[in-house]
Design a protein around this ligand. Structure first.
Ligand code: BTN
Length: 247
Protein backbone atom coordinates (compact mmCIF):
# COMPACT_ATOMS: atom_id res chain seq x y z
CA UNK A 1 0.00 0.00 0.00
CA UNK A 2 1.37 3.38 -1.05
CA UNK A 3 4.22 2.06 -3.26
CA UNK A 4 2.52 3.78 -6.15
CA UNK A 5 1.40 7.31 -5.23
CA UNK A 6 -0.13 9.67 -7.76
CA UNK A 7 -0.07 13.25 -6.47
CA UNK A 8 -2.41 15.78 -7.97
CA UNK A 9 -2.73 19.49 -7.33
CA UNK A 10 -6.44 19.89 -7.93
CA UNK A 11 -9.10 17.34 -8.84
CA UNK A 12 -12.86 17.11 -8.38
CA UNK A 13 -12.60 14.12 -6.02
CA UNK A 14 -9.86 11.52 -5.59
CA UNK A 15 -12.56 8.82 -5.34
CA UNK A 16 -13.93 9.89 -8.74
CA UNK A 17 -10.43 9.93 -10.20
CA UNK A 18 -9.80 6.33 -9.14
CA UNK A 19 -13.16 5.19 -10.41
CA UNK A 20 -12.45 6.76 -13.82
CA UNK A 21 -9.00 5.16 -13.93
CA UNK A 22 -10.56 1.76 -13.27
CA UNK A 23 -12.77 2.03 -16.32
CA UNK A 24 -9.68 2.34 -18.52
CA UNK A 25 -8.02 -0.69 -20.06
CA UNK A 26 -4.80 -0.88 -18.01
CA UNK A 27 -5.88 -1.44 -14.42
CA UNK A 28 -3.95 0.24 -11.60
CA UNK A 29 -2.16 -2.04 -9.17
CA UNK A 30 -3.69 -2.79 -5.79
CA UNK A 31 -2.38 -0.39 -3.15
CA UNK A 32 -2.27 2.61 -5.50
CA UNK A 33 -2.87 5.93 -3.71
CA UNK A 34 -4.27 9.04 -5.36
CA UNK A 35 -3.74 12.15 -3.30
CA UNK A 36 -4.78 15.71 -3.99
CA UNK A 37 -3.78 19.04 -2.53
CA UNK A 38 -7.25 20.33 -3.27
CA UNK A 39 -10.60 18.82 -4.25
CA UNK A 40 -13.24 20.92 -5.96
CA UNK A 41 -16.03 18.42 -5.29
CA UNK A 42 -14.84 16.33 -2.34
CA UNK A 43 -17.62 14.00 -1.27
CA UNK A 44 -18.65 12.81 2.16
CA UNK A 45 -21.30 10.39 3.33
CA UNK A 46 -24.83 10.69 1.92
CA UNK A 47 -25.03 13.90 -0.11
CA UNK A 48 -22.52 15.75 2.04
CA UNK A 49 -19.53 17.55 0.62
CA UNK A 50 -16.07 17.29 2.14
CA UNK A 51 -14.37 20.62 2.85
CA UNK A 52 -10.64 20.83 3.36
CA UNK A 53 -8.31 23.82 3.19
CA UNK A 54 -6.01 23.25 0.17
CA UNK A 55 -2.55 21.95 1.04
CA UNK A 56 -3.23 21.64 4.76
CA UNK A 57 -4.75 18.21 5.14
CA UNK A 58 -4.74 14.72 3.72
CA UNK A 59 -7.33 13.93 1.10
CA UNK A 60 -6.60 10.71 -0.71
CA UNK A 61 -8.05 7.50 -2.07
CA UNK A 62 -6.57 4.07 -1.95
CA UNK A 63 -7.32 1.14 -4.22
CA UNK A 64 -7.82 -2.36 -2.86
CA UNK A 65 -8.97 -5.57 -4.52
CA UNK A 66 -10.68 -7.47 -1.71
CA UNK A 67 -11.67 -10.42 -3.91
CA UNK A 68 -11.11 -12.74 -0.94
CA UNK A 69 -14.02 -11.18 0.97
CA UNK A 70 -17.61 -12.10 0.21
CA UNK A 71 -19.36 -8.79 -0.66
CA UNK A 72 -21.99 -9.71 1.95
CA UNK A 73 -19.27 -9.24 4.58
CA UNK A 74 -18.08 -5.92 3.26
CA UNK A 75 -18.30 -4.07 6.58
CA UNK A 76 -15.27 -5.99 7.82
CA UNK A 77 -13.13 -3.90 5.46
CA UNK A 78 -14.56 -0.72 7.02
CA UNK A 79 -13.58 -2.10 10.43
CA UNK A 80 -10.11 -3.01 9.19
CA UNK A 81 -9.37 0.47 7.78
CA UNK A 82 -10.89 2.16 10.85
CA UNK A 83 -8.66 0.16 13.17
CA UNK A 84 -5.56 1.00 11.11
CA UNK A 85 -6.31 4.74 11.07
CA UNK A 86 -7.13 4.70 14.75
CA UNK A 87 -3.85 3.01 15.55
CA UNK A 88 -1.85 5.71 13.75
CA UNK A 89 -3.79 8.48 15.48
CA UNK A 90 -3.49 6.85 18.83
CA UNK A 91 0.29 6.89 18.46
CA UNK A 92 0.28 10.57 17.55
CA UNK A 93 -2.51 11.85 19.80
CA UNK A 94 -2.94 9.30 22.55
CA UNK A 95 -5.88 7.18 23.56
CA UNK A 96 -8.64 9.73 23.06
CA UNK A 97 -8.42 8.74 19.38
CA UNK A 98 -11.65 6.88 18.62
CA UNK A 99 -13.71 5.26 15.89
CA UNK A 100 -17.20 6.63 15.39
CA UNK A 101 -19.63 4.32 13.67
CA UNK A 102 -20.00 4.09 10.77
CA UNK A 103 -17.34 6.15 8.99
CA UNK A 104 -15.75 8.74 11.20
CA UNK A 105 -12.36 9.28 12.72
CA UNK A 106 -12.68 10.95 16.11
CA UNK A 107 -10.62 12.46 18.90
CA UNK A 108 -12.69 12.83 22.06
CA UNK A 109 -15.97 14.17 20.70
CA UNK A 110 -14.32 16.03 17.80
CA UNK A 111 -14.29 14.87 14.21
CA UNK A 112 -10.79 14.53 12.77
CA UNK A 113 -11.83 12.94 9.52
CA UNK A 114 -13.93 10.46 7.69
CA UNK A 115 -13.91 7.71 5.14
CA UNK A 116 -15.95 7.14 2.04
CA UNK A 117 -15.62 3.56 0.82
CA UNK A 118 -17.06 2.88 -2.62
CA UNK A 119 -17.22 -0.63 -3.98
CA UNK A 120 -17.23 -2.13 -7.41
CA UNK A 121 -18.90 -5.52 -7.24
CA UNK A 122 -19.57 -7.80 -10.21
CA UNK A 123 -21.87 -10.71 -9.54
CA UNK A 124 -20.67 -12.16 -6.27
CA UNK A 125 -17.10 -10.95 -6.84
CA UNK A 126 -15.77 -7.90 -4.98
CA UNK A 127 -13.63 -6.36 -7.72
CA UNK A 128 -12.46 -3.11 -6.19
CA UNK A 129 -12.79 -1.01 -3.08
CA UNK A 130 -12.04 2.68 -3.38
CA UNK A 131 -11.14 3.84 0.11
CA UNK A 132 -11.44 7.63 0.29
CA UNK A 133 -9.97 9.22 3.39
CA UNK A 134 -10.09 12.84 4.48
CA UNK A 135 -8.12 13.75 7.58
CA UNK A 136 -7.77 17.20 9.13
CA UNK A 137 -4.10 17.69 9.84
CA UNK A 138 -2.81 21.27 9.78
CA UNK A 139 -6.03 23.22 9.31
CA UNK A 140 -6.77 25.26 12.43
CA UNK A 141 -9.96 27.12 11.60
CA UNK A 142 -13.22 25.51 10.53
CA UNK A 143 -16.48 27.03 9.32
CA UNK A 144 -19.29 27.37 11.89
CA UNK A 145 -21.24 24.66 10.09
CA UNK A 146 -18.56 22.14 11.11
CA UNK A 147 -18.87 22.79 14.82
CA UNK A 148 -17.28 19.57 16.01
CA UNK A 149 -14.39 19.49 13.52
CA UNK A 150 -10.88 19.28 14.88
CA UNK A 151 -7.40 18.60 13.52
CA UNK A 152 -4.07 17.17 14.59
CA UNK A 153 -2.59 20.70 14.71
CA UNK A 154 -5.42 21.98 16.91
CA UNK A 155 -4.88 19.12 19.33
CA UNK A 156 -1.06 19.11 19.35
CA UNK A 157 -0.55 22.85 18.87
CA UNK A 158 2.02 22.02 16.21
CA UNK A 159 1.97 20.98 12.58
CA UNK A 160 2.43 17.42 11.37
CA UNK A 161 4.28 16.49 8.18
CA UNK A 162 1.75 15.30 5.60
CA UNK A 163 4.15 13.02 3.72
CA UNK A 164 5.21 11.24 6.88
CA UNK A 165 1.61 10.88 8.02
CA UNK A 166 0.53 9.42 4.69
CA UNK A 167 3.31 6.85 4.78
CA UNK A 168 2.45 5.90 8.38
CA UNK A 169 -1.19 5.45 7.39
CA UNK A 170 -0.29 3.35 4.35
CA UNK A 171 1.92 1.03 6.34
CA UNK A 172 -0.70 0.53 9.08
CA UNK A 173 -3.44 -0.10 6.52
CA UNK A 174 -1.20 -2.63 4.82
CA UNK A 175 -0.53 -4.38 8.13
CA UNK A 176 -4.20 -4.65 9.07
CA UNK A 177 -5.26 -5.55 5.54
CA UNK A 178 -2.79 -8.44 5.53
CA UNK A 179 -4.18 -9.56 8.90
CA UNK A 180 -7.67 -9.46 7.41
CA UNK A 181 -6.41 -11.47 4.45
CA UNK A 182 -4.99 -14.13 6.72
CA UNK A 183 -8.31 -14.51 8.54
CA UNK A 184 -7.89 -12.45 11.72
CA UNK A 185 -11.39 -11.03 11.65
CA UNK A 186 -12.00 -11.50 15.34
CA UNK A 187 -8.97 -9.47 16.30
CA UNK A 188 -10.10 -6.68 13.98
CA UNK A 189 -13.61 -6.69 15.44
CA UNK A 190 -12.27 -6.72 18.96
CA UNK A 191 -9.98 -3.74 18.31
CA UNK A 192 -12.79 -1.90 16.58
CA UNK A 193 -15.11 -2.38 19.53
CA UNK A 194 -12.44 -1.36 22.05
CA UNK A 195 -11.96 1.98 20.31
CA UNK A 196 -15.62 2.60 19.54
CA UNK A 197 -16.89 6.10 20.33
CA UNK A 198 -19.59 6.09 23.06
CA UNK A 199 -19.31 2.36 23.75
CA UNK A 200 -21.13 1.54 27.01
CA UNK A 201 -22.01 5.19 27.66
CA UNK A 202 -25.62 6.41 27.71
CA UNK A 203 -26.28 9.15 25.15
CA UNK A 204 -29.12 10.64 23.14
CA UNK A 205 -30.02 9.35 19.68
CA UNK A 206 -32.64 10.15 17.07
CA UNK A 207 -34.27 7.62 14.77
CA UNK A 208 -34.12 9.25 11.35
CA UNK A 209 -37.36 7.83 9.92
CA UNK A 210 -39.66 8.66 12.83
CA UNK A 211 -37.78 11.52 14.48
CA UNK A 212 -38.15 9.71 17.81
CA UNK A 213 -35.42 10.56 20.34
CA UNK A 214 -34.23 8.28 23.10
CA UNK A 215 -31.37 7.59 25.47
CA UNK A 216 -29.43 4.49 24.54
CA UNK A 217 -26.11 2.82 25.16
CA UNK A 218 -23.99 1.40 22.34
CA UNK A 219 -23.09 -2.19 23.09
CA UNK A 220 -21.62 -3.41 19.80
CA UNK A 221 -21.27 -3.09 16.03
CA UNK A 222 -21.76 -6.40 14.24
CA UNK A 223 -19.62 -7.59 11.33
CA UNK A 224 -22.52 -6.66 9.08
CA UNK A 225 -22.16 -3.06 10.27
CA UNK A 226 -25.30 -3.03 12.43
CA UNK A 227 -25.10 -0.66 15.41
CA UNK A 228 -26.51 -2.30 18.53
CA UNK A 229 -27.87 -0.12 21.31
CA UNK A 230 -29.41 -0.95 24.61
CA UNK A 231 -32.54 1.01 25.41
CA UNK A 232 -34.09 0.32 28.80
CA UNK A 233 -32.94 -3.28 28.75
CA UNK A 234 -34.01 -4.02 25.18
CA UNK A 235 -31.58 -4.38 22.28
CA UNK A 236 -32.17 -2.14 19.28
CA UNK A 237 -30.42 -2.65 15.94
CA UNK A 238 -29.77 0.09 13.43
CA UNK A 239 -28.17 -0.04 10.03
CA UNK A 240 -26.37 2.74 8.23
CA UNK A 241 -28.30 5.96 7.92
CA UNK A 242 -31.09 4.91 10.30
CA UNK A 243 -29.90 6.73 13.37
CA UNK A 244 -28.36 10.05 14.30
CA UNK A 245 -26.08 10.78 17.23
CA UNK A 246 -27.25 13.73 19.36
CA UNK A 247 -25.09 15.71 21.76
C1 BTN B 1 -17.32 11.73 5.63
O1 BTN B 1 -16.89 12.09 6.74
O2 BTN B 1 -18.50 11.94 5.32
C2 BTN B 1 -16.39 11.04 4.68
C3 BTN B 1 -15.41 12.00 4.08
C4 BTN B 1 -14.49 11.39 3.06
C5 BTN B 1 -13.65 12.45 2.36
C6 BTN B 1 -12.58 11.86 1.48
S1 BTN B 1 -11.40 13.06 0.96
C7 BTN B 1 -10.70 11.94 -0.19
C8 BTN B 1 -11.86 11.17 -0.80
N1 BTN B 1 -12.41 11.87 -1.95
C9 BTN B 1 -13.65 12.28 -1.75
O3 BTN B 1 -14.34 12.91 -2.57
N2 BTN B 1 -14.07 11.93 -0.51
C10 BTN B 1 -13.04 11.19 0.20
Amino acid sequence: VGQNIISLKTIDSTNNYLRDELSKSAPLPEGTVIMAEAQTAGRGQLTNTWHSEPGKNLTFSLLLRPGFINPADQFILNKCISVALNEVLQRILGNKAAIKWPNDIYFGSGKLGGMLIENIIRGSQWKYAIIGIGLNVNQEAFPDSLRNATSIAKILQSNYDLTILLSEICSHIEGWYLRLKSGHREEISRRYREKLYRLNEPHRYRVMKTGEEFTGTITNVTDEGILQLDHEGAQKDYSLKEIEFLN
